[in-house]
Design a protein around this ligand. Structure first.
Ligand SMILES: [Zn+2]
Length: 300
């Protein structure tokens, strides 16, 4: 578990997502009280708790746990974190609140989306009592000491996707809204998973983010980035590249998601990130194929 200092009031805990350092973080935002942004999976929770201890944050100080969206690596650990942090309220888009109260419908669909090879790396979900959950889409959270977090809708990657603006730094916690950015492995691409991916919404979201003149984005996969224009331009370009490749494959009557992913993303073969990169790029080509196929059959 590594601690990344970002600002005086923001720290990132690398929680060893998928068993690999450099893949996922939980952000710790501190005013008079403490908020966590992103939970990782159930398997990353011990690393996050160890990180909080190292930072000198007592469990009772954490009053808020914010999830950008319902996927396992963003909200999967919420139930275990809530159990360990007795005063914390969990926030997520209202449409996803029921899934954290009763995960039984969610789990099989996530399992299909991530594939059997990567599934054991995603842990399980502990249900959260309804009284500890609140809808996040109108959230404006005053943590004290001028630290305020405000939600904005950033759908596309998933329909429930929210980002949280830190009004003190002006930066935005963008979850997966613009995909993953892992320059340490030469990987950066939008993640467009089945079954709820929406291209129109994600194009609008990336355009919205590009128009916000953000000084910094706090990416969940992975870390803070100040070269915001470059990162968002690249996310846009990589998304359009995937659209073009997928359209061509459909024209040719092909639907091999693995071949398509290999054409789109060159995975670093000898890197610890290879399982993640394969899984997420194949999840993306499967999501885009399904999305564009549906568009075609709706038009035809
Ligand atoms: Zn996601």
């Amino acid at each position: 578990m590594e601690i990344i200092n970002v600002d005086a009031h923001i720290t990132a805990i690398d929680h060893n997502l998928l068993g690999v350092p450099g893949v996922g973080v939980t952000y710790v935002v501190r005013g008079e009280t403490v908020a966590l942004i992103e939970t990782g999976t159930s398997l990353t929770v011990p690393h996050t708790l160890a990180g909080l201890e190292k930072l000198g944050v007592r469990p009772e100080e954490v009053e808020h746990i914010l999830c950008t969206h319902i996927h396992m690596d963003h909200a999967g650990g919420a139930g275990y974190l809530a159990a360990a942090l007795p005063r914390a309220t969990v926030y997520i888009h209202s449409t996803s609140v029921p899934h954290l109260v009763d995960p039984s419908k969610l789990v099989p669909s996530v399992r299909r989306a991530v594939g059997e090879a990567a599934w054991p790396l995603h842990g399980d979900i502990k249900p959260i009592p309804a009284e500890r959950l609140l809808p996040a889409e109108e959230l404006r959270l005053d943590l004290g000491r001028d630290v305020v977090l405000a939600a904005i809708a950033t759908p596309g990657h998933s329909p429930d996707h929210l980002s949280y603006r830190d009004l003190k730094s002006g930066g935005l916690f963008i979850g997966d809204a613009a995909g993953l950015i892992m320059d340490h492995w030469g990987l950066a691409f939008p993640v467009t998973p089945v079954p709820t991916y929406n291209l129109v919404a994600q194009r609008n979201t990336i355009a919205l983010l590009r128009g916000m003149n953000l000084p910094r984005i706090y990416v969940t996969h992975y870390g803070p980035h100040d070269d915001v224009d470059f990162q968002l331009e690249r996310a846009h370009a990589k998304l359009e590249e995937l659209v073009d490749l997928t359209e061509k494959a459909l024209d040719a009557g092909e639907s091999d998601t693995i071949a398509l992913a290999a054409e789109w993303i060159r995975c670093p073969d000898d890197s610890p990130a290879v399982t993640m990169a394969r899984s997420w790029s194949e999840m993306s080509t499967a999501g885009m194929l399904r999305y564009l196929k549906k568009q075609r059959s709706a038009q035809g």
